[in-house]
Design a protein around this ligand. Structure first.
Ligand code: SF4
Length: 354
């Protein structure tokens, strides 16, 4: 069964209506067991604390504040911050902001050249408890996630065209960015993809980065993601997204399909598991008095892998829920948008304004 949550017209999972799911809903087939996916106390704790941060700061806390709150609640006292060399300012600002909240922070950026594997190794030596991505090239984030020993969360998504505000591409897709996103390009060629290696990921990340540097108008993040996938011969993409991004997920899906990719997508509420299952009380929900479902980041990852996706695009998960997905995936994952409910997902604005 293919997984196409981005095309769903019902979102019955969000309200726990298993009787109202569409015919092609993944919940109608064999579904990954919640108890098996979250068998460890640590997995349950991360799910619980990320949901508590979401509810307490809903619409009031910026992404950077949410990252700090999650770290404090998870007792992740020692944080790593990593970014590619041209994101040194953003990495420093992120570190300062996290330190102001009482956290110990090691910055693994900037290096002279992109070195996500080296950064992951350095932070492992420093025994960080959580690593924060403060802007990496497409593909270098995938390598960093692959090699990080600590859980990873996405804070800033590097976007050379849109001042690191990649969500803006989706909001201007029918205007200024129309040509860039829907312009005629060579479609991906089936049968070329031959699996991932670190060398392939690194080489492609550099190619895409350098091609962008050579252009008068640099590409936006979504263009870079497509170039990266195309370069690898990937034809089947997976999108992991938050239900709050349902419109954006549908738009991203349309852009990717117009460019010749096959797309599978999984929404965070898939599984329709009530928040009470992980011990969240009614008064601890975003909206008390109504049934709320817990985000299910491991099922999102499992469903996409079962569907056979070759590259995963991360869009707008809660901090902590993204960490769970990244740790669970075997397929490389690249960041497309980090969520910020205060700043219309322009996470970096909180850093520049601090
Ligand atoms: S899991 Fe939710 S969003 Fe996905 S198809 Fe089912 S009801 Fe729709």
């Amino acid at each position: 069964m293919d997984i196409e949550c981005a095309s769903c017209s019902r979102y019955a999972c969000q309200v726990g209506r298993l009787d109202a799911t569409p015919d092609d809903c993944p919940m109608r087939g064999p579904f990954p067991s919640f108890d098996e996916l979250y068998a460890t106390d640590e997995a349950k704790r991360l799910l619980y604390q990320a949901a508590r941060v979401e509810a307490e700061g809903y619409g009031r806390w910026t992404r950077i504040r949410e990252v700090a709150e999650l770290a404090l609640r998870m007792r992740y006292r020692r944080l790593g911050v990593a970014g590619c060399p041209d994101m040194g300012l953003e990495a420093d600002l992120a570190a300062r902001s996290l330190r102001r909240r009482g956290l110990e922070v090691i910055v693994a950026a900037p290096f002279a050249d992109c070195d996500p594997v080296g950064q992951a190794a350095l932070l492992a030596e420093e025994r960080t408890h959580l690593n924060v991505i403060a802007g990496m090239c497409v593909g270098h984030d995938a390598l960093f996630i692959r090699h990080s020993r600590a859980p990873v969360t996405s804070l800033v998504v590097r976007d050379p065209r849109l001042a690191h505000n990649p969500a803006a591409a989706l909001y201007t897709r029918d205007g200024y960015l129309k040509r860039a996103l829907y312009g005629v390009r060579e479609p991906p060629v089936p049968g070329r993809f031959d699996g991932w290696t670190d060398e392939l990921i690194d080489g492609l990340a550099r190619e895409v980065r350098d091609a962008g540097l050579g252009r008068e108008t640099p590409p936006c993040r979504i263009e870079e993601v497509m170039d990266f996938a195309r370069g690898a011969g990937v034809t089947h993409l997976g999108v992991v997204y938050c239900v709050g991004f349902r419109r954006e997920a549908r738009d991203l899906d349309a852009i990717l399909e117009t460019n010749g990719f096959r797309v599978s997508s999984s929404c965070c509420k898939t599984g329709a598991v009530p928040k009470t299952t992980v011990g969240i009380k009614d008064e601890e929900q975003v909206e008390p008095g109504r049934p709320e479902m817990i985000c299910n980041p491991l099922a999102q990852a499992s469903l996409l892998e079962q569907a056979g996706v070759e590259l995963v695009l991360l869009m707008g998960q809660c901090t902590g829920h993204d960490s769970a997905t990244m740790a669970h995936l075997h397929v490389p994952a690249v960041c497309v948008v980090a969520k910020d409910r205060v700043l219309a997902h322009n996470t970096v604005a909180a850093l520049y304004g601090s």
